[in-house]
Design a protein around this ligand. Structure first.
Ligand code: FAD
Length: 463
């Protein structure tokens, strides 16, 4: 009997480490190659203390991989948004209307380390750090690897390659040339900067159980809670602006302009953050990109997962959730088909969904930084919840379909969301209050335009 060749996974980030666990649990040997040093042995650099929103799709995948219980202690529930206006007034808006409709703040390094620890404990997983892939040959099935220094440059054979090497994926670029793939790479003209709002002797300085948003029209600040009492704040802002009165990262280059900017727009935050300007100046500005590729596999020996296949902007909090969903769908297909066919089916199944969530993520930037301030937004949300209560098998708010219903594919959420928006616009035209809406007509409209949908929570809703 010949020994089973390991599956090679490139990248030990969130997708790579979860994929390794899924395969290894089925006794498939896995060899992971990662460019970075082992994150469990090194401190993060300043400004990289990112936390992420984990939602239903990610949770479902973590449960399938058998690691969710271990991750539970890392989670802080966020049942809704806390909106901060320029005067420092706050307003809480729940994301959903059922107790389980909650998203969770989780430390990205904490989650990654937990997944790596799980992977490492499985007998058939080999983890190799400081192994940067610099080229791939799909014909001879070799990876060129640069190690710590020139002495460690070598080639590695592979039989089957799962590329989880992130938004700048070298495997995607090589597939592009080998398969004549169509790739679009759309850089957002806005960047982001992460800042830490420290704890007050271990206590959170803002309401702990919420995702905080300071929407300011053209830009916004958001804050997610950490377990140690701090918040990770992220400022999303244009890199440059042609209008002198419009702020941009380019206009915030010294302590005076930074403090003035925060005083004008986020005065409540400024008073909680001594040393804000210093922190601001020492942290990098990140870029956000939407990558769409027509080809995620060569149909033989290589396939892309996670950001390598479909990097998206972070405004729906779905990049990681979608990456985890990739892992469970690919793993399920690998249980039914040989590698090449499974990868082809995975691409067919996932690509329309990845494109749909990439579009919804772009749309959500406008909603988070601007539309949430509009009274019409609150009215439509109230009406959505009312329609969901009356017709739980037909009308589920789009945000809820994406965040709380893993059984509804992204593409279906996108399409039904489009119809729902039309219905809501029609019903709220010229209306200020929900009492002015004929709810019987509203129900009829929904019955006529939306077919029932199989939702695993529909039965739990009641009038
Ligand atoms: P990565 O996490 O980028 O991992 C790729 C790994 O591959 C890295 O370890 C890298 O070192 C390694 N690698 C790269 N190139 C090579 C090479 N040549 N050789 C070897 N190794 C290599 N998602 C959410 O679900 N919720 C959120 O709230 C959320 N918020 C976000 C906020 C911001 C500001 C940003 C930027 C992203 C956010 N995301 C969020 C998206 C999420 O971070 C990504 O979708 C997720 O990290 C993708 O995981 P991945 O494993 O595919 O890629």
């Amino acid at each position: 009997m010949t020994e089973q060749q390991p599956v090679t996974i490139l990248g030990a980030g969130l997708a790579g480490s979860l994929m390794a666990i899924l395969l290894a649990r089925r006794s498939i040997p896995v060899r992971i190659l990662e460019r970075r040093t082992d994150p469990r042995k090194h401190q993060l650099s300043a400004g990289r203390s990112i936390n992420l929103a984990l939602a239903d799709r990610g949770i479902h995948a973590l449960k399938i991989a058998g690691v969710y219980d271990a991750i539970l202690p890392l989670l802080t529930p966020m049942p809704g948004r806390m909106l901060h206006d320029v005067n420092g007034q706050t307003q809480f808006a729940a994301y959903g209307q059922q107790a389980h409709e909650v998203i969770y703040s989780v430390s990205r390094p904490g989650l990654n380390e937990m997944l790596l620890n799980h992977a490492e404990q499985l007998p058939n997983v080999e983890l190799h750090f400081e192994q940067a892939c610099t080229a791939i040959d799909f014909v001879t099935r070799h990876l060129h690897i640069a190690g710590r220094d020139e002495l460690h440059e070598h080639t590695e054979p592979f039989t089957q390659l799962i590329a989880a090497d992130g938004a700048q994926s070298i495997v995607r670029r090589t597939l592009h040339d080998a398969c004549n793939a169509q790739i679009t790479d759309e850089l957002l003209p806005h960047g982001y900067k992460e800042l830490t709002l420290p704890s007050n002797h271990g206590q959170h300085q803002l309401q702990r159980n919420a995702l905080h948003i300071w929407p300011r029209g053209g830009f916004m600040l958001i804050g997610l809670p950490n377990l140690d009492g701090s918040f990770t704040l992220t400022l999303f802002l244009a890199f440059n602006s042609s209008e002198p009165d419009q702020p941009s990262f380019a206009s915030l280059q010294d302590a005076a302009s930074i403090e003035y900017f925060f005083k004008q727009h986020f005065a409540d935050v400024l008073q909680l953050m001594p040393g804000l300007a210093e922190q601001f100046l020492s942290h990098p500005v990140g870029k956000m990109v939407t990558v769409r590729s027509s080809t995620w596999t060569n149909g033989r020996n290589a396939v892309l997962i996670g950001d390598a296949a479909h990097a998206m902007v972070p405004f729906h909090g779905q990049g990681m959730n979608c990456a985890f969903e990739d892992c469970i769908e690919l793993d399920a297909l690998l249980q039914q088909h040989e590698f090449g066919i499974a990868c082809e089916r995975y691409q067919q199944q996932r690509l329309p969904n990845a494109n749909a969530i990439a579009d919804m993520a772009l749309e959500n930037y406008i909603e988070m930084r601007d539309t949430v301030r509009d009274p019409k937004f609150a009215l439509q949300k109230q009406l959505s919840f009312e329609l969901e209560r009356r017709l739980p098998d037909r009308f589920i708010p789009r945000y809820s379909m994406v965040m709380f219903h893993y059984e509804i594919p992204y593409a279906v959420a996108y399409e039904r969301g489009r119809i729902q928006t039309q219905i809501l616009n029609e019903l709220t035209a010229g209306v200020m209050h929900i009492d002015q809406i004929d709810l019987h007509q509203a129900v009829e409209l929904v019955m006529n335009r939306l077919a029932p949908i199989a939702s695993r929570h529909a039965h739990a809703s009641s009038g």
